[in-house]
Design a protein around this ligand. Sequence first.
Ligand code: DCP
Ligand code: MG
Length: 363
Amino acid sequence: MQRKIIHCDCDCFYAAIEMRDDPALQGRPLAVGGQPQQRGVIATCNYEARAFGVRSAMPSATALKQCPQLVILPPNMEKYRLASQQIAKIYRSYTDLVEPLALDEAFLDVSHSAHHHGSATLIAKEIRVRIFETVGITASAGVAPNKFIAKIASDWNKPNGLFVVCPADVDAFVAALPVKKIFGVGKVTEQKLLRQGIKTCQDLRTLSLVTLKQHFGTLGERLYDLCRGIDHRPVNPERIRKSISVETTYPQDIPHLADCIKQLPLLYQQLQTRIQRAQIKLPIKACLVKLRFNDFQQTTAECAGAPLSLETFSNLLTSAYHRRQRPVRLIGIGVRITEEEKTPLIKEQAESLIYQTYQATLF
Ligand code: DCP
Ligand code: MG
């Protein structure tokens, strides 16, 4: 059956919330993130700041060099979480098949939605209006027959845009896409393909499945399908988080193991708060510690079955530290959670049969 998938993603989410709450910030380059004196990084920035080259995950010090008038606000996660809940409620009023990808981003499968006579395009339009009216920020949306194309489409007219790829347009739309638009094609794969003269999905279609598998393993199989616009992945509303963690980059490097261990109680407290907030009912599979040393080398230590305790993290930290024995700039601790497979619940809608006829024509 022809599916109808919407990918919805708010525009410069954290920054948009801050501009909503303080209109004086509108029109000026704004970022949300850590302060440069504390070696903070940018979480996100508005489009005015992007024009100066400021980007997510960039050190705040670099961002200020690119854009000296940049305002950097600390994140206010409570506000973003509240906005995220309001948005999720809007999504769920159209379908139960909502797969959140981040606080501001989700896939919706509206193939069986009775709203707007089953038109995914009209549903996406209305969702954008409702997010603006309820939350006071803009969102962009992509509508397509599968997740791969819907995600690319939501980026197409960003910010504050909608882009629809109808089933009949999929082939031409995908053919013209540069290969780097494919999820899983990073710089290395892109370079490898470029060396063979392959720039677009159209070019990629000239490679056989066997060749692709030889060169790229399992990714090769995905590439074979995706460059043809084929993606059967279902929208999975039961996607369960696999891990929860907290981490801190310290303003000054921590020189010795004993000092690192002194940081653990605060991190442990933050982790416990986060675990409680996530309302985890599943067993914890493993505890883990991540260290980033002052030469930016990173290591993780993990222990399955150990109790969730300060002592466990202390032991893990000790073993991770001894791998390099250098000053530490970042400590992270976390837990891995057992994954539980659940069949997605599709709420049977009495009307769905009636709307089948519309679905053939409306997208
Ligand atoms: N985020 C973060 N660190 C990153 C990337 C993102 O903390 N490296 C946070 C801040 C963003 C939010 O997640 O506001 C959503 O991420 P997006 O990738 O959707 O980015 P934005 O919504 O900020 O911008 P866009 O308009 O490109 O979607
Ligand atoms: Mg976003």
